[in-house]
Design a protein around this ligand. Structure first.
Ligand code: SF4
Length: 223
């Protein structure tokens, strides 16, 4: 049986996106297929290996209803998740997936067991990485079959054309999908984004549900 590398398991409030403030148990997987410049997770080296059964018993001990699989990139562990998710669903848990939105084929392996999908559209001008436009479009087409929303981190390097591109991907699928612009946090400090209003104007001119939401757990200084 497959084991998964997990960096931490803890219960707190969701600090990002549409479900901000909801109490969730977070299972943070180790490793990612992208290297965003602003990411703290990719610099972490410690993890513990769990079998599906071991993870299940930790989740049950936390006795919380919503389980958030995050990372890193949890879909790197789609095979492992496929072992644990049917049992979680049988026991009545709500399953939340936080993903970078690039691995559609892995999503398809487990989508039937997911309730909520928080997916990123990675803006190359924010991340310093290559673009993943097609991968994001393909991913979102599948993700919307569940409760899904899109989040993009914005920085002072983010370009208007990247915002336009993300907006057009969402619009082509459904302009009612929530699009969350999240100002980057650096060294635990939420950055002031000079062009934030301009980004919001662009997104609002096309999409129905645009929000500007900073990371609440950083404001509250909690985990
Ligand atoms: S996709 Fe997420 S986990 Fe991966 S490097 Fe970027 S911010 Fe970090």
């Amino acid at each position: 049986m497959e084991k998964a590398k997990i960096t931490e398991i803890f219960t707190s409030i969701q600090g990002e996106g549409l479900y901000i403030g909801q109490v969730q148990t977070f299972v943070r997987f180790y490793g990612c297929n992208i290297k965003c410049g602003f990411c703290d997770e990719r610099r972490k080296t410690g993890f513990k290996e769990y079998s599906a059964q071991e993870l299940m018993s930790v989740i049950i001990k936390e006795s919380n209803r919503v389980i958030s699989f995050t990372g890193g990139e949890p879909l790197l562990y789609a095979g492992f998740l496929k072992e644990i998710l049917p049992e979680l669903k049988k026991k009545g848990f709500i399953v939340y997936l936080e993903t970078n939105g690039t691995l559609k084929n892995k999503l398809l392996k487990i989508i039937d067991f997911l309730d909520i999908i928080s997916m990123d559209i990675k803006l190359p001008s924010s991340t310093g990485c290559r673009a993943y436009w097609k991968a994001h479009a393909d991913f979102l087409k599948e993700a919307v079959k569940k409760k899904a929303f899109v989040k993009s981190v914005i920085t002072n390097k983010t370009t208007l054309s990247d915002i336009r591109k993300a907006v057009s991907i969402i619009k082509r699928i459904d302009k009612a999908i929530f699009f969350i612009l999240q100002p980057v946090t650096i060294n635990n400090k939420i950055q002031k984004i000079t062009k934030a209003q301009k980004f919001l104007d662009i997104a609002n001119s096309t999409l129905d549900n645009v929000r500007f939401i900073p990371q609440a757990h950083k404001i509250l200084d909690i985990r």
